[in-house]
Structure formats: C-alpha cells, structure tokens
Design a protein around this ligand. Structure first.
Ligand code: NAP
Ligand code: GDD
Length: 324
C-alpha cells in the first residue's frame, strides 16, 4: 500500500487530495498544526480514514518526526499562508511559512529519505504583473505581493533541491481553483456566500474591491488530480495547471447573482479599502504541457463551478438557519 503525507490537509486542496488518494488505496497521513480551536470542517468526513500527525512547517524537527511516523512514498506540501491580502500585513510570517517552510520540508526529506517524491504547491501569483499572455512554465515571474514572492522562493528551492540532490521534486504552478470548501476570504466564496445570504434575506449588500481583475478559475477537485499525476511520472518536472480561460471579478459576480435570479448591480458596493497595494490584473494559463505529458484536462466549467458553490452555500445556510 502506498503512503502519502499531506501538509495543509485541513485546507481546501488537502481535503480533495486526501479523498483522491484514499480512493486510490493510499494510506493517508496529514500534518496538522496546533491551533486553539481546530477546524476540521473540510475533513470531518475523512477523520476515520486518515491519520493526523501534529507538526508545523516552521518546525523542522516536527517534519522529520512526521516522516518517521508516516514513512511516506509521497509528500504533498500544500500548507501555506495562502491569503494574498494578509501577506502584506503579515509579510515576514508569510515568508517563514510559505517560503522557508518549503526548505524545511525538503531538508526533512533529504535528511530522512531522499527517495520520497515531493510536490510543491506553487502558484500562478508568481507571474504577477504578467510578462507574457497566456502564461506557461517558462514565462518569467514578476511577483506582486509578499505571498507571491514567498511562492517564487518555494518554487526555486524545489527546483534547486531537484538539481542539487536529485530529489524527485515537482512544482505545480496552479492557477486559481475553487470549490464549496474554499475559504470565505477568497473572492469566489465571499461572493457565493453573500449571494446565498442575500437570496435568503440574511444580507443586504456585498462589499468588494477591484472588479476588473481577471483570473483563470478552475475546480479544485480537478486540480488535485494533476498533483497526483505529477508524482506518477518517470521524471520530476514542473507544470502549469489552468483552464485556459479568464474571467473578471465582475463576470464572476454576474454569474453568481444571476443564478438565483438577482441583478448584481443592486447589491454590490465597491469599497476602496478592499483594493490591494499592488494588484495582479490578469492571469491566464496555458495547460498544454500538462495535457500532453500528464493527460490532464479540467472537467468542470466556470459556470458549473459557480453554480455548484452558490447551491452549496444555499444548502449550508438553510441547514444552519433552519430555512426551507
Ligand atoms: P488553504 O485552504 O488556505 O489551506 C492552507 C492549509 O495550510 C491549511 O490546512 C492550514 O492549516 C495549513 N497551514 C498554514 N500554515 C501552516 C503551517 N505553518 N504549518 C502547517 N500547516 C499550515 O489553501 P488551499 O487553497 O487549499 O491551497 C493549498 C496550497 O496551494 C497553498 O500552498 C496555496 O498557497 C497553494 N495554491 C492555491 C491555489 C488556489 O487557488 N487554491 C492556487 C495556487 C496555489 P490550518 O487549518 O491550521 O489553518
Ligand atoms: N479576496 C478578495 N476579496 N478579493 C477581491 C475582492 C474581495 O473583496 N474584491 C476584488 N477582489 C479581487 C482581488 O483583488 C484579486 O484580484 C481577485 O479578486 C482574486 O482574489 P482572491 O480570491 O483573494 O485570490 P488571489 O487570486 O489573490 O489568490 C488565490 O489564487 C492564487 C493563485 O493565483 C489564492 O488561492 C492564492 O493562494 C493562490 O496562489
């Protein structure tokens, strides 16, 4: 039986990846950092089938111990301070977790068992103020936030450990991917949660920042398949994972509100406080390499994704408030 260790297992991607690996017969371990009030919302249905190990990306010894306990064939490093906005107010912490945390995990692998295959959760945010459209694996990086800067470090340290020590280390450059398990801070979930509350008469307005920013949005359930595929290849490599389509925040809002028969212009208020100090205006990925080498393709369309999220939020809120 193959064994995998997932960092960030309580997050959106960690939960979908754990489900995927369990369905493939893996024994799944998850690194769980100590928090005063743990949130298992995304993995509560999996807790009987996975093993959680206490540890933190900032603590090398805890990572070595996690590897000793789990003896994994594969490690998926999904843990990070992943919210771009907060990376300005907590820039040093973001660097510790999302940049040096990657070095800690790579060092833990190098010291304990260099045969472990490693996946690093890199990001399309690294392309930032884009130097090429669409973005591919060779497009130069121009990060626009402390988060993106830390991810550039995480990407290159992964490449460096592959080249220095021959580790089977892959960097997945994933464009935005969403789902009903997305954190409420991110714009898709903020919108679908608000649409559901407005529809049910529980909220009146939705405050947003930049409506013109464009993102290449896909479905998280599709994207974790690409992570797994990268670690099943004969050679380690880096891949862009994207849909090849881009939409503005305004289009996202239109699709979400119109799904419940509402006119978004009556509810959305632009708030200058929600604008970022430096914005990423446009992300659009070309996943050709992943299609050709991994046989990977996104399956859920943008409209299906937003509809899925709105429906899920309507159900969750109704269940909480006992609304029919
Ligand atoms: P997420 O929902 O924010 O989950 C982040 C996870 O990291 C949580 O489980 C969190 O644990 C854990 N974590 C944070 N700091 C940690 C630390 N110091 N030690 C151990 N665990 C820690 O993120 P996601 O959307 O699933 O994304 C997964 C990864 O992909 C992240 O690295 C993100 O930066 C990257 N990425 C995401 C996207 C996207 O669109 N979703 C695109 C490209 C790249 P707690 O529950 O304790 O907070
Ligand atoms: N969060 C948020 N909240 N974003 C808003 C809002 C708002 O009220 N109003 C407008 N936006 C715009 C942001 O300015 C940004 O241009 C866009 O919506 C998307 O913001 P997020 O959903 O927060 O995601 P992100 O693109 O910054 O980062 C996500 O994707 C990256 C991959 O490109 C995160 O998941 C990162 O961890 C990930 O690496």
């Amino acid at each position: 039986m193959k064994k995998a260790l997932i960092t960030g297992i309580t997050g959106q991607d960690g939960s979908y990846l754990a489900e995927l690996l369990l369905s493939k017969g893996y024994k799944v371990f998850g690194l769980k950092r100590r928090t005063a009030t743990p949130s298992f919302e995304n993995i509560s249905h999996l807790l009987d089938n996975i093993e959680l190990i206490s540890g933190d990306l900032l603590d090398l010894a805890s990572l070595i111990e996690a590897i000793r306990i789990s003896q994994p064939d594969e490690i998926y490093n999904l843990a990070a301070q992943s919210f771009v906005t907060d990376s300005w107010s907590q820039s040093a912490y973001t660097g510790h977790a999302s940049a040096l945390g990657v070095t800690n995990m790579l060092e833990a692998i190098r010291i304990t068992n260099p045969n472990i295959r490693f996946y690093q959760a890199s990001s399309s945010e690294m392309f930032g103020k884009v130097l090429e459209i669409p973005q591919i694996e060779t497009t130069p990086f121009y990060p626009r936030s402390p988060y993106a800067v830390s991810k550039v470090y995480g990407h290159w340290i992964t490449v460096n450990y592959r080249e220095s020590y021959g580790l089977f280390a892959c960097s997945g450059i994933l464009f935005n991917h969403e789902s009903p398990r997305r954190g409420y801070d991110f714009v898709t979930r903020k919108v679908t949660d608000a649409v559901a509350k407005i529809k049910l008469g529980l909220q009146k307005e939705l405050f947003l920042g930049n409506l013109d920013a464009k993102r290449d949005w896909g479905y998280a359930g599709d994207y974790v398949k690409a992570m797994w595929l990268m670690l099943q290849q004969n050679k380690p490599d880096d891949f862009v994972i994207a849909t090849g389509e881009t939409r503005s925040v305004k289009e996202l809002v239109e699709v979400a509100f119109s799904h419940v028969g509402l006119d978004w212009t009556k509810y959305v208020v632009q708030d200058p406080k929600l604008m970022r100090p430096a914005e990423v205006d446009l992300l659009l990925g070309n996943p050709k390499k992943a299609e050709e080498k991994l046989g990977w393709k996104p399956e859920v369309s943008f409209d299906e994704l937003i509809k899925m999220m709105v429906e899920s939020d309507l159900e969750k809120i109704k269940a909480k408030k006992y609304i029919k």
